[in-house]
Design a protein around this ligand. Structure first.
Ligand code: SF4
Length: 208
């Protein structure tokens, strides 16, 4: 963790606590969409509909216009309005604080639920996206085929005190150095701890 923090230039976890509603909705919007598209779409949406009560009454068409061009914006517009209605009907307009309740919402999987728990409620949870899955397996911390299994395995091997920051660290590290294709291993300080470096990268690089 110390080396990961060093790699991305932070010494302690970021203190992020956007409202749970905004975290939940913007994470739903972010599926299969770049951050550079999701962020401005979320800003436009929350300017007009900052909470579940307001979004539950929005028209699908207006929400579609506000969130365009996020991926699957037509489906997502309906989904986030539906989520807002359920929050009002079942949870007094608040985002629930437990994993089972969160994943009972339409289109909310474990990754999204864990992001809400960790980033907004500061409840220890490991949100495993493609970066966390890839890097954990490359480093050899876990050996799993799916993000769901990686999450379970990480919960067993990673002390709880690191759960809140692991997602942020690995996402940034994955965007800056440990890329999905052609990771920048030559410039990485985690080389000697990395199974991928020893077993894949070096073998390919040293091949005549
Ligand atoms: S050595 Fe390469 S594969 Fe391993 S963590 Fe660093 S960048 Fe990723």
């Amino acid at each position: 963790m110390r080396l990961l923090r060093k790699e991305i230039g932070i010494t302690k976890p970021a203190v992020l606590h956007p409202t749970p509603f905004k975290t939940l909705i913007s994470t739903v919007l972010s599926a299969r969409t770049k951050d550079s598209t999701t962020f401005p779409a979320s800003v436009r949406l929350f300017k007009k509909f900052p909470n579940a009560k307001k979004l539950s009454k929005a028209s699908v068409r207006e929400v579609q216009k506000l969130i365009f061009p996020v991926g699957f914006y037509k489906t997502k517009a309906k989904r986030i309005i539906r989520i807002s209605k359920i929050l009002l009907q079942k949870f007094h307009g608040k985002v629930p604080k437990t994993l089972p309740e969160l994943i009972s919402l339409p289109g909310v999987g474990r990754k999204t639920a864990n992001i809400v728990l960790a980033f907004s409620f500061r409840i220890p949870a490991i949100a495993v996206d493609t970066h966390v899955h890839r890097i954990s397996n490359r480093l050899g911390i876990v050996e799993e085929k799916t993000p769901e299994k990686t999450e379970q395995a990480l919960m067993k091997v990673l002390p709880k005190k690191y759960w809140l920051e692991i997602n942020e660290l690995m996402v940034k590290f994955g965007q800056r150095k440990c890329f999905p294709r052609s990771p920048n291993c030559f410039a990485c300080s985690l080389q000697k701890h990395c199974g991928y470096y020893k077993n894949v990268f070096l073998k390919h690089s040293l091949r005549p």
